[in-house]
Design a protein around this ligand. Structure first.
Ligand code: NCD
Length: 322
């Protein structure tokens, strides 16, 4: 088992560290992760990734539903020769059901494993868990807080297409208020220079002004828009996500905002351009018309998803690798 170095920032060195927030990162650290991802892709083509994590055991502790994040972590771990202990729904299958605290649970798992990947409905839960143990904790989504590993694949996908992560124009749509993905995404792109993001959402789902101010101060240009007519025609990417149903206390409020902005072939024709890409972190509910899926600019079922596996392999290998 690795002993964790008690430093929050990554500063280009991942070994033994937690990854709970994009705020731990700088561009040097992200670039290191992306270069490692490129290496992992090459190694995987030759089946040479199989022993990178040999002998390690990693716990997947998912208190919230997950398809891709859970499966891609599980696959990433096994492809590199490590084993997993997997809890989907620990509130029914672990001692959490008997009232065990999160801290006590992770302290126990620490005894058996080298790293914990955790998803939890509470903002800050991954940080809380990381404070309770000496092994690294990776945040796989903490409520409406953050989802750093989703952003690694998103940024890698954009970098793969445009060869850079600065001087980009993007549109994000959906539910910025509740979406941990969109929050982490803004935090990630704000690390690079000269980026502009148009944020399309109903007024009620806008980000808090403090959040907007924090990242504007870092230099990213954030433009809040409420109509598709305000989408710039020269965007490099559209990141179009669902409204986060599970974060609404009142289902009627959800009903009022669902279906407001739907990405259709017609909208693409009107406001898109030929060089852009279309991302969605999935699951897709109804925010993107299925007719868009076959458009070559849509990468959500192709490179974006594949890069989820490779960026997670890269991250695990940097944290636990020899
Ligand atoms: C996201 C999540 O769980 O935050 N899914 C994912 O990990 N790709 C987004 C979502 O559920 O909308």
């Amino acid at each position: 088992m690795n002993n964790k170095i008690p430093v929050d920032k990554i500063n280009g060195k991942f070994a033994g560290k937690d990854v709970v927030s994009l705020d731990q990162f700088d561009t040097r650290s992200l670039e290191k992760l992306f270069r490692r991802t490129e290496e992992i892709i090459k190694l995987s083509r030759k089946n040479k990734e199989r022993k990178i994590l040999a002998g390690k055991i990693i716990i997947l502790l998912f208190f919230e539903p997950s398809s891709r994040t859970f499966a891609s972590f599980s696959a990433a771990i096994k492809r590199m020769g490590a084993g997993t202990i997997e809890y989907q729904n620990p509130l029914q299958t672990s001692s959490a059901v008997k009232g065990e605290t999160l801290e006590d649970s992770v302290k126990t798992f620490e005894t058996y494993s080298d790293l914990i990947v955790m998803r939890h409905p509470e903002i800050g839960a991954a940080k809380k868990a990381s404070k309770a143990v000496l092994i690294p904790v990776i945040n796989a989504g903490d409520g409406g807080g953050e989802h750093p590993t989703q952003i690694f694949m998103d940024l890698f996908t954009i970098r793969e297409k445009f060869g850079r992560l600065d001087s980009l124009i993007g549109v994000i749509a959906g539910d910025p208020l509740h979406s941990r993905v969109l929050r982490s995404f803004i935090a990630g792109l704000a690390l690079y220079k000269n980026n502009t993001i148009y944020i399309l959402s109903p007024k009620k789902l806008r980000l808090e002004p403090e959040f907007i101010d924090k990242y504007r101060k870092q230099g990213i240009k954030l433009v809040e828009i409420e109509s598709e007519k305000d989408i710039p025609k020269n965007a490099n990417f559209w990141y179009w996500n669902r409204v986060q149903k599970e974060r609404f206390k009142n289902p009627l409020e959800y009903k009022k905002v669902i279906g407001k902005f739907i990405l259709t072939p017609e909208l693409l024709k009107e406001r898109g351009n030929k060089d852009m890409i279309i991302l969605n972190c999935l699951p897709r509910v109804e925010e993107i018309d299925v007719k868009v899926d076959s458009d070559p600019r849509a990468v959500y079922f192709t490179s974006q998803i594949k890069n989820g596996l490779y960026t997670r392999m890269a991250l695990l290998s940097l944290i636990l690798g020899k």
